[in-house]
Design a protein around this ligand. Structure first.
Ligand code: HEM
Length: 445
């Protein structure tokens, strides 16, 4: 696609523009000419399967692809961005923390932390005072995640500081992402804010890591696990541990917050979905609290989550660099070429989804025929880098939706047609003021 068409389309509406370009090509590989940056947009599920899984060794997360460079400045060679032995070592260390069996053991503690956070909403509900939907959801997810994955080694106040610093990092790195050819020796807007945010993160994280390393224990939380020698015998240094801790903090919290923040506008704009969801939660959870045995019965809740993951996949862009020449759908991808893979794009293409922008959880009803392509819905990526937190996320999200809806009904003040903000993940750009009323009986149960 020539620069005179690609650039205006993507500058006007980058996300929508990519979907349109991919649909016009009916899923064929498109080379985007964006001046000095000329990536290949890969959107067909068969091609995605090749890039992410079948020929994954040829498509790596690489500095030469430039998109990864600013991210590496925050997390170093962490699990989220590394390749090769360093990645294998971190993944092997963390994997045992994310098995389905272990996730199950965390449900009760997670439900407890979620319940405590939601208790804080009773007072504003009584007073009729709106809450800030994004901020409260962030507090709730941080509380639950710090408890079950970080053994409360990071306090809620510090978790909020790290989270705010990560938000700054994302905004501050945008100029570098947009102009990846500018050398780091040349100052750019955002550089100073970026450095200060990284310093804030280090001020919180490094003392914790140092104290855990000084007195190692056999804790099964993320920090204790990362401080121990790796299963392959490697002894990680402080730089490596810090990178993995920050990466895990970021991915375990930001993705969940971003994805669930779309629940409020969906409830406000889709009365039928809201009614079915409320009916299910009332029937299954009743007065609560949500328990492990409820989760299997919250089937419609799970369908709503799958549909949220289709339309608002938090990990919306998965860039890769080709190691050697390859051919995708008849198009030659030369060694060193950047390939853009995006769950957001493929999951919104009319080529693969009827009426793609409609929010319709029935697409994921258990009695629906099997989808033709495995990679038409791939919010958690695929292949060797497939999301480690997928199972845990789905449990946590069901617990959160079940808990908040068993206690309150929500009304969104202001417009509900919210638009996504392109960042590390994909959250609504607009503020969300929510008014709460009790789901049943007086507030404060
Ligand atoms: C809405 C929720 C989430 C979404 C949509 C999501 C999406 C993704 C995607 C697309 C990838 C693949 C990245 C790539 O191939 O380069 C990924 C990787 C990863 N995710 Fe998630 N994720 C979510 C939640 C979580 C949670 C809750 C955790 C941890 C508690 C987590 C941990 C990870 C890790 C460690 C990786 C890196 C795996 C590797 O490179 O080996 N994710 N995630």
């Amino acid at each position: 696609m020539p620069v005179r068409r690609a650039l205006p389309t993507l500058l006007k509406d980058p996300l929508g523009g990519l979907v349109r370009i991919a649909d016009e090509a009916r899923g064929q590989v498109v080379r985007l000419n964006l001046g000095t940056f000329r990536p290949w947009l890969v959107s067909h599920p068969e091609h995605l399967q090749r890039v992410l899984r079948d020929n994954a060794a040829n498509y790596v997360r690489d500095d030469r692809g430039l998109l990864w460079r600013p991210v590496r400045r925050v997390v170093g060679e962490a699990i989220l961005v590394a390749e090769g032995e360093v990645w294998e070592s971190s993944r092997a260390a963390l994997q045992p923390l994310f098995t389905a069996k272990r996730a199950e053991t965390l449900v009760e503690r997670m439900a407890e932390a979620i319940g405590e956070a939601v208790d804080d909403w009773v007072e504003p509900a009584r007073a009729g005072r709106p809450i800030d939907g994004a901020r409260e959801l962030k507090t709730l997810v941080l509380r639950a995640t710090m408890r079950v994955l970080f053994a409360d080694r990071i306090s809620l106040a510090d978790a909020l500081r790290i989270s705010a610093a990560l938000d700054t990092v994302t905004t501050a790195m945008m100029p570098r992402l947009v102009a990846p050819f500018v050398p780091y020796a040349v100052p750019m807007p955002g550089d100073r804010a970026f450095r200060e945010a990284v310093r804030t993160i280090d001020q919180v994280v490094l003392p914790i890591i140092r104290s855990v390393r000084a007195r190692p224990d056999d804790g099964d939380d993320i920090i204790a696990t990362l401080c121990r020698p790796r299963p392959d015998g490697r002894v990680p240094d402080e730089y490596q541990i810090r990178g993995d801790v920050v990466a895990m903090f970021s991915t375990a919290t930001e993705t969940t917050i971003a994805l669930l923040s779309w629940l409020w506008p969906v409830l406000a704009t889709q009365p039928d979905v809201a009614a079915t969801l409320h009916e299910e939660v009332d029937r299954v959870v009743g007065d609560g609290p949500v328990r492990r045995e409820h989760l299997g019965e919250l089937r419609y809740t799970r369908m709503v989550l799958d549909e949220l993951l289709r339309l608002y996949p938090a990990g919306w862009l998965i860039p890769r660099t080709a190691v050697a020449d390859d051919v995708l759908g008849g198009v030659r991808i030369p060694a060193g070429g950047t390939v853009l893979v995006s769950p957001y794009v493929t999951q919104r293409m009319a080529t693969f989804w009827p009426d793609p922008t409609r929010f319709d959880p029935e697409r994921f009803a258990p009695d629906q025929p099997r989808r033709r392509y495995r990679y038409a819905h791939f919010p958690f990526g695929g292949g060797p880098h497939r999301c480690l937190g997928q199972y845990l996320f789905l449990l946590e999200a069901q617990l959160i939706v079940g808990t908040v809806l068993s206690r309150f009904r929500f009304r969104l003040a202001g417009p509900a047609d919210l638009t996504p903000r392109m960042g590390a993940s994909l959250s609504p750009r607009q503020r969300m003021a929510l008014t709460l009323t009790p789901a049943r009986g007086p507030v404060g149960r």
